[in-house]
Design a protein around this ligand. Structure first.
Ligand SMILES: Cc1cc2nc3c(=O)[nH]c(=O)nc-3n(C[C@H](O)[C@H](O)[C@H](O)COP(=O)(O)O)c2cc1C
Length: 208
């Protein structure tokens, strides 16, 4: 039987969302999926919190090994996880630009019935994690996708550093690439759930 295909698409400036994305991709692969880990390209004018300039540079170098996200990655996938940092309570502009670019695919219904889920990292616990994920969910509604929120569906989500029912999120305090292991466990669980639902949906879509 063909493998379930999962795209993990993310933008990260100082490595926190990148770390969550890598954990999600590894967990989906371990769950038996074929996985594409893809980064949304940096804009020409990078934005950063003062003091994180070195981290931005380091990640830019490391990014060169990760392919850039293309529309074909979304079309290819049965399930999609999208990760963005919190930026003023919203997804980062490159993520929004990537979402805008899906119009030729999503408006004719090319993303319908895919299992889609979102995760984030923000500097502060109440800095807009939920609003960022919900803003991403708005687009998923327009895509006609099947939105998978974490809810309180697994004990891992009750760990002290977890608990965001909309999707996994990490508090970075603007420290580059330091995600709590509980947050990694949450996003791994989230990815496994996307694989599970995407597998079911894939079979239903194939039978339709
Ligand atoms: C322009 C800008 C705006 C930001 N706005 C917020 C915010 O509203 N709330 C928050 O908690 N963190 C905010 N942050 C901090 C980032 O979300 C945080 O450092 C995150 O962990 C970065 O993820 P990354 O390492 O994957 O780039 C902002 C950062 C930048 C550069």
């Amino acid at each position: 039987m063909a493998m379930t295909k999962i795209a993990v698409i993310y933008y990260s400036s100082t490595g926190n969302v990148a770390k969550l994305a890598e954990a999600a991709a590894a967990a989906a692969e371990k769950a038996g999926a074929e996985v594409r880990l893809r980064r949304i390209a940096d804009p020409e004018r990078e934005t950063f919190v003062p003091g994180t300039e070195t981290a931005v540079e380091v990640l830019r170098e490391r990014n060169l090994t990760i392919p850039e996200a293309e529309l074909d990655d979304l079309a290819w996938a049965d399930g999609i996880l999208i990760g963005s940092p919190v930026r003023f309570g919203l997804p980062a502009a490159p993520v929004s630009a990537f979402i805008d670019s899906t119009a030729p695919l999503s408006i004719p219904g090319g993303l319908a019935n895919k299992a889609v889920s979102a995760f984030t990292s923000g500097s502060a616990p109440h800095g807009g994690h939920e609003t960022t994920i919900l803003a991403l969910h708005n687009a998923f509604c327009h895509w006609g996708s099947l939105i998978l929120a974490n809810g309180s569906t697994d004990p891992v989500l009750f760990q002290p550093n977890n608990g965001n029912p909309y999707g996994s999120s990490a508090v970075s305090r603007n420290r580059p690439g330091q995600v709590h292991e509980e947050n990694l466990a949450a996003v791994e669980y989230q990815a496994r759930r996307v694989v599970q639902v995407a597998s079911l949906v894939r079979n239903l879509n194939a039978a339709a």
